[in-house]
Design a protein around this ligand. Sequence first.
Ligand code: ADP
Ligand code: ASP
Ligand code: MG
Length: 407
Amino acid sequence: MKFGGTSVANVERIKNVAQHVKREIEAGYDVAVVVSAMSGKTNELVGWCKEAAPLHDPREYDAVVASGEQVTTGLLAIALQAIGIKARSWQGWQVPFETDDAHGSARIKAIDGTRMLESFARDREVAVVAGFQGIHAPSGRLTTLGRGGSDTSAVALAAALQAERCDIYTDVDGVYTTDPRIVSKARRLDRVAFEEMLEMASLGAKVLQVRSVELAMVHNVRTFVRSSFDNPAQPMPGTLICAEEDIMEQPVVTGIAYSKDEAQITLREVADKPGVAAAVFEPLAAASIVVDMIVQNVSADGATTDITFTVPSADYARAMDVIEKRKDEIGYKLVQSAQEVAKISAIGVGMRSHAGVAAKAFKALAERGINIRAITTSEIKFSVLIDVAYTELAVRTLHSLYGLDAA
Ligand code: ADP
Ligand code: ASP
Ligand code: MG
């Protein structure tokens, strides 16, 4: 079981979480519970690091931000003991969750669940585990898994313990056709295919961290997204993330995602000759900047063309720096950029077998006066880049267009 920030936001809610755990214990399961920090806590800790020094040692950043989860593990263990359930807290390094040393966005390399399984066998002691944290064994330093990383902790632990299920409890009762915070007509899905969830998460649906979906898919972990606000005595099933074959009726579009964390960069009048794209994108890759959408025009005069691409907002300044420093090698006339952009995506495995899915969207957006700056498509999704001001309108338009609105 995993409980996110809003589910452990205060002691009252932590006591409510204890009731959910009690139910599963009474049903005969051994339980490991992964908890996040109280909502808002991680943001506060990140803010303090920045205040202490804008550029700081990432190992110390991890020491600071991992502390939020330590508090909630202890509190939940206390709340469980108070209702007569044996429980203890486990920090990431105690389990341990071994990771690489990419501080701030470390990847889990191995989890040793032996001692936890022993404690289940001995007296069914509930393991209350700190999400988001790990340890880099060679250096003995604390690490964190990147924002939203507790989802990944939970799925990885479920895989390591060969758990029957991994239930991700949050503040919504499942995965919706789009973010229910911005579209009131969003519908809860009973099932979502791994591939779709992977696309939805990486295209902006923050309900699950991308890496957790990858792990669930690779290790075939039965993962549910459900609400911690349901009555602990009568929980609803939530959404099952499962293999495509396990979904009977497949709509063409399953969900709409959006992301405001993009920036657009356009190079004007680049020479239209072999090697230019490499000259632009190789230095960006060398700087570990992930480029997402790329559009290159056909040149009108056979001599020059324009190249447009997007990068994560967080990397915008670095990307501009790389491009400006390489002006001579790349040989462009002018660079233009826009940070007030959003990427809207439609996702569905049904797209594989249907034509004209994206074309319909372009028309609907045009009818609402929404200009499309760039487009990308793949087998099971397409994305459009638009002005950020139109985000909500565009998401609602596509949501209705593909018949996703609740009745
Ligand atoms: P937690 O703190 O439990 O990890 P998060 O805030 O990380 O919770 O994730 C839950 C939130 O994800 C929801 O409140 C919702 O606004 C947002 N969300 C975005 N897209 C979706 C979607 N397609 N389905 C459900 N929730 C979504
Ligand atoms: N507390 C961490 C965060 O806010 C990890 C998580 O909640 O998943 O990013
Ligand atoms: Mg989360």
